[in-house]
Design a protein around this ligand. Structure first.
Ligand code: PLP
Length: 440
């Protein structure tokens, strides 16, 4: 084997080489088969090697792949923009295309701040976010992220984003009814806005379902409705980070649709192109874009690869595929089956404290003591060992431990492609059971 000069996630570890994929399966060069039980990084939502996408990719590449957005628009970009306007709730009609989820949340952050500047409120430039959240790895996105492990090294470089606790029903105060808990958590936003001063707050950002830093933590009903009321009361924009939850993953088009709440800005990524190309978007309402158009007329964001025709054509083909195969409904139906099976596993295995999720975004939280819900010390690396065992057995699952010792649990995400069949879910569960059972 030739020496590798590629910087990989774990230096010094040797990774198998992927050879090809088909549907929910990936194969390595040794011929070993893996169930993609987490769609990679909750990304490959239509499964691997879909012919229609390869054709759309080739067709666009044969005509034009790159034309700079300051020089041209293109059919692919315009059609993708129109499709997203049709998909997104209310007047969230405008898309700023970028290449990753981090760029999408950071662009949404910038548009929010710029919007208030254009309206004459220059001091409204702080973003409130939540602990146990992940909005991306670039500095602006990381500033908003409450993922302790990923922030730690860079704290001095991060912008100050006041942070509140998210609802975490499994670990709520004992005996507290869910409705009261939902309101209490949402009301923390009001307290934070008043502490900072509404005249300084541009926006509040949240994932509709907590992903990488909690493991599919679903908020109680009433939480986001109250968040919307508070944002309206203090003229604070609400940014829904739908990078993981968007485009059908949770069984509705967007995660926030479960609560009928209209965001002012939305970040998309991952499932938007299902991994076939780097593509993401910051979406904004008519009011925001019309205000900026009447003002400076220029959104101060963007990257070289923003809105390139190649990625747009691929993403458009993915969205059409999701529509044609009714994958949003399938995520709801099959996701309910998956969650049921995970709950059976949780009843059976002492290590699983809770199985939770929405649609095809599910999580397992591991605990030392099921009764008291005492979490494992993170240094014990229980979920990391389970992930490793699952990998050895040919099942990919995703880490979701936020690194906040004693607060966020030790969790993993189970989020296979939305195309998975019930038989394939059974196969996934069997491997998962073996992996969890093999760790003490
Ligand atoms: N926002 C959420 C909710 C995410 O889950 C992620 C990635 O996991 C991001 C943003 C960052 O996306 P990317 O890794 O594509 O930059």
């Amino acid at each position: 084997m030739q020496r590798s000069y590629v910087i990989k996630p774990e230096l010094g570890k040797s990774y198998p080489f992927v050879s090809h994929g088909k549907g929910i399966y990936l194969y390595d060069k040794e011929g070993k088969r893996y169930i993609d039980g987490c769609s990679g990084a909750v990304t490959a939502s239509i499964g691997h090697a879909v012919e229609e996408i390869a054709e759309a990719m080739y067709a666009q590449a044969r005509s034009v792949s790159f034309a700079y957005r300051s020089h041209f628009s293109s059919d692919a970009v315009e059609e993708l923009g129109a499709k997203l306007a049709e998909w997104a709730p209310g007047s969230l009609n405008w898309s700023f295309f970028v290449g990753s989820g981090s760029e999408a949340t950071e662009t949404a952050q910038k548009i929010a701040i710029q919007y208030w500047q254009e309206k004459g409120y220059a001091t409204k430039n702080r973003i409130i976010s939540r602990w146990m959240s992940y909005h991306g790895i670039t500095m602006g996105a990381l500033s908003m992220s409450g993922h302790v492990l990923r922030r730690k090294r860079f704290v001095p470089l991060l912008a100050d984003c006041p942070t509140i606790a998210p609802p975490y029903p499994y670990r709520r105060p004992e005996g507290m009814p869910l409705e009261a808990y939902a309101l209490a958590c949402a009301n923390e936003l009001e307290t934070a806005i008043l502490r900072v001063g509404p005249e300084h707050v541009a926006a509040f950002i949240a994932e509709p379902v907590i992903g990488a830093s909690g493991g599919a933590v679903v908020p109680p009903d009433g939480y986001f409705q109250r968040i919307r009321e508070i944002c309206d009361k203090y003229q604070v924009l609400f940014i829904a980070d739908e990078v993981m939850t968007g485009v059908g993953r949770t069984g509705k088009r967007f995660g926030i649709d479960h609560w009928g709440v209209q965001p002012d800005l939305m970040a998309l990524g991952k499932g938007m192109s299902a991994g076939y190309t780097p593509m993401a978007a910051a979406m904004a309402t008519d009011e925001i874009i019309e205000t900026i158009a009447r003002g400076s007329g220029l959104i101060m964001a963007g990257h070289t690869y923003s809105a390139n025709p190649q990625s747009a054509a691929v993403s458009l083909a993915v969205l059409r595929y999701v529509e044609q195969h009714r994958l949003v409904d399938r995520a709801a139906e099959r996701g309910a089956y998956l969650l049921n099976r995970l709950r059976e596993l949780a009843d059976e295995l002492p290590l699983i404290g809770e199985a939770r999720g929405l649609g095809m975004l599910c999580g397992l939280e591991f605990v030392k003591d099921k009764k008291t819900r005492e979490p494992f010390p993170l240094a014990q690396g229980v979920s990391a060992r389970i992930i490793k065992r699952a990998f050895e057995k040919g099942l990919l699952i995703y880490p979701a431990t936020g690194g906040l010792e004693g607060v966020a649990g030790d969790a993993v995400i189970i989020a296979p492609p939305l195309t998975i069949t019930t038989e394939e879910i059974d196969e996934l569960i069997a491997l998962l059971k073996e992996a969890v059972s093999s760790v003490q």
